[in-house]
Design a protein around this ligand. Structure first.
Ligand code: PMP
Length: 304
């Protein structure tokens, strides 16, 4: 395969039919998003939001791009802005992994850290402040931008339909900004109204009404209801403990040769619960957003 830019490799990731024991002889298929060049599902988002800003005339040749992020979106945005030679400032709460922060800087982005205890809301506020002081700046703002769910609606979701020749009984995905879940769930429901959509959060996230508290599962969990959830049917919300998420991180490496991050572990834990609820021989599709290699400094294989 001959390519000219690494960005050409974004999308069209493999879908793996997991060879594990699933309740009721059901089948779990996982989209391996760590095979994007920046190492996560968020490469799709970075590329899509920056192109959308250019197409809408919000970004010109000298615009400074500013984005609050937990890390993977920052890498995706930095990959996209590097291709367009756009200066980039990423605002990241301190707590997010050393690897992600190092990669954002390596791509040429300037990093601003906000205190961990202020959460993603603190990073959003800071990004807005920097934008107000920076002439000709643009904040894609993944937490509100309709281009976020649209990125998955137009790319990942059709790939699932292309790769599977049987109906999908359930779609299971974690939510951080909620874009992945909302975009894919909407597309799949349009294709087949019988497909159930199940959103996954870690304990400490607020979707199921539980109290907000810190968690070790990284990349998912919300501090506010994602606005994208207004436009999509949610059949169930499953809350997964850190212990369960990390158990499946270890199991996937040990049994399947798969290096998955903790949000993928949570997605698998939830998919197995869904298999228990559905009839025999169901087809469950989920998304593995990134790789464990992004969390080596956090001893991901020893946690929690
Ligand atoms: N998993 C990981 C590792 C992530 O970085 C993210 C994005 N923060 C998600 C899952 C959740 O994706 P979304 O923001 O589309 O809900």
């Amino acid at each position: 395969m001959l390519i000219k830019t690494i960005q050409q490799l974004i999308g069209n990731t493999p879908l793996i039919h997991l060879q594990i024991k699933v309740p009721k002889h059901s089948h779990i298929y996982a989209k391996l998003e760590m095979f994007n060049p920046g190492g996560s599902i968020k490469d799709r988002l970075g590329q899509y939001m920056i192109q959308d800003g250019i197409d809408k005339g919000k970004i010109n040749a000298t615009t400074t791009i500013i984005e609050p992020t937990a890390g993977n979106t920052g890498i995706g945005v930095a990959l996209a802005t590097q291709e367009h030679h756009l200066p980039t400032i990423l605002v990241v709460p301190e707590k997010f992994s050393y690897e992600k922060q190092t990669l954002m800087k390596a791509l040429g982005a300037k990093l601003i850290n906000t205190p961990s205890e202020d959460g993603i809301k603190g990073a959003i506020k800071k990004a807005r402040e920097i934008a107000a002081e920076t002439p000709n700046s643009y904040v894609p703002m993944q937490f509100e931008n309709p281009a976020n769910p649209a990125a998955y609606y137009h790319t990942l979701a059709p790939e699932l339909i292309q790769d599977l020749d049987q109906p999908i009984d359930a779609f299971v995905a974690g939510a951080g900004s909620g874009g992945t879940f909302a975009g894919i769930a909407k597309y799949l429901k349009e294709q087949n109204s019988n497909t159930q959509s199940i959103v996954v959060e870690p304990e400490g996230s607020i979707l199921n009404g539980g109290p907000e508290h810190p968690h070790k599962t990284e990349g998912i969990g919300v501090e506010f209801i994602p606005p994208f959830f207004k436009n999509v049917q949610i059949d169930q919300t499953l809350t997964i403990s850190d212990a369960d998420a990390f158990k499946y991180v270890r199991q996937m490496a040990a049994q399947q040769g798969l290096f998955i991050g903790s949000s993928s572990g949570a997605a698998l834990a939830a998919s197995l619960k869904v298999a228990e609820q559905l009839p025999e021989n169901s087809t469950i599709v989920t998304v593995f957003p990134d790789s464990s290699e992004r969390y080596m400094s956090e001893n991901i294989y020893q946690k929690p």
